[in-house]
Write a protein that binds this ligand. Structure first.
Ligand SMILES: [Zn+2]
Length: 288
C-alpha cells in the first residue's frame, strides 16, 4: 500500500501474504453466481482471479505514526504458531516489510487489534526459549476488554482454536504487564478511537484515526472483500453472527460515505485504502 496521510498521521502497511484464496461461493454462503459474477468482473483483477475463480485476499498490518507514537493495528498470523496449512504463512515477508519501514521491535508504542482472531494478533508474541513473550518490548497492547474476556472464556471452555490463539497471542501479553484493557470509549492522543462493529466477532472494533479534520479507519474484518460493498448483507463463513455483521457493515459504511473516511480493510489487496460511496442501499468501492 502507498502511504496514506491523514492530517498529522502517516499510515503504511506490512503485507504478510497476498494472492488468490477462496472461491467466492466458499467464502459467502449468500453468493449468487449471476450478480456476484458481474460484480467481481466489474471490480477487476486486483480483487478477483477470474481464471482460478478465487478471491484475491491479503493479510496485512497497518503502521500508524502519529506525531508522538508508532502504532501497529492488526498483527497478522505471526511466526512459529504451528497453525496448519493454509494458515502457515512464511514469516520473512512480514519481517522484511517491518524493517523496510525503518522499524525495530522496540520502536512500537501501541498495538491494537480489531478483534482477536488468528490473523489479527499473531505478531503480538514471539517464541523465546520455549515461552511466548510480547514481540514489542516497550509497547502497550490495547485490548477491548469485552473481546479479550470473550476469548478467555472460550479458551476456558476448551474451544481450540481459537482458544489456542488467545493462549499464544494474548495471555502472555497480560502476564508481562503490557496489556491495556479498555472500553470502546477509549481515545489515544485525541487521534485514535474505537467503533464497536460486532458480528464478525462478538466485539469486533474498527480503529478510527482522525487528525486535522481528516479521517481514516482500519476496518479489520468488517469487510473481507470489496464485493461486500455491492452486497453489504453477504457476511462470510467466518462471521460469528452474520446478520449482526451485516448491520454493522451497513451502518459503518453509511457514516464513512457521509464523512469521506478512508477505509483500510486488512484483507483487500494493494492499494488497499479506499472510500465507499452510497448508491441506494448499496455502496461502491473506490481505491484512493
Ligand atoms: Zn481476518
Amino acid at each position: 500500500m502507498q502511504r496514506v496521510i491523514v492530517g498529522d498521521v502517516a499510515i503504511d502497511s506490512i503485507t504478510e501474504r497476498s494472492g488468490p484464496w477462496r472461491a467466492p461461493e466458499a467464502m459467502f454462503p449468500a453468493f449468487e453466481a449471476e450478480a456476484g459474477g458481474r460484480y467481481l468482473r466489474e471490480l477487476g483483477p486486483i480483487h478477483y482471479d477470474a481464471a482460478l475463480n478465487r478471491l484475491n485476499i491479503t493479510y496485512q498490518t497497518f503502521v500508524v505514526r502519529t506525531p508522538r507514537h508508532t502504532i501497529l493495528v492488526d498483527t497478522c498470523t505471526g511466526e512459529d504458531k504451528g497453525f496448519p496449512p493454509p494458515m502457515d504463512f512464511p514469516k520473512a515477508p512480514w519481517l522484511e516489510g517491518f524493517r523496510a519501514l525503518g522499524l525495530r521491535f522496540e520502536d512500537i508504542d501501541f498495538v491494537f487489534s480489531s478483534h482477536l482472531h488468528i490473523d489479527h494478533c499473531g505478531w503480538n508474541t514471539v517464541l523465546e526459549n520455549g515461552r511466548w513473550v510480547p514481540t514489542f518490548p516497550r509497547a502497550k497492547y490495547v485490548f477491548l476488554k469485552k473481546e479479550y474476556d470473550y476469548w478467555q472464556a472460550a479458551t476456558a471452555r476448551g474451544e481450540n482454536p481459537p482458544g489456542k490463539v488467545w493462549t499464544m497471542n494474548c495471555e502472555p501479553v497480560t502476564a508481562a504487564g503490557q496489556a491495556l484493557m479498555v472500553d470502546d470509549d477509549y481515545v489515544l492522543e485525541d487521534i485514535v478511537s474505537l467503533s464497536l462493529t460486532p458480528g464478525h466477532s462478538p466485539f469486533h472494533c474498527c480503529i478510527d484515526i482522525a487528525s486535522r479534520g481528516q479521517r481514516a479507519s482500519v476496518i479489520g474484518d468488517l469487510m473481507h472483500h470489496a464485493l461486500q460493498c455491492r452486497e453489504p448483507d453477504w457476511s462470510t463463513i467466518f462471521c460469528a453472527d452474520p446478520a449482526a455483521a451485516a448491520r454493522s457493515r451497513r451502518a459503518f459504511f453509511a457514516r464513512a460515505a457521509e464523512q469521506g473516511t478512508i477505509l483500510l480493510p486488512v484483507h483487500v489487496p494493494a492499494p488497499s485504502a479506499g472510500r465507499v460511496k452510497a448508491e441506494g442501499d448499496r455502496f461502491a468501492w473506490e481505491f484512493v
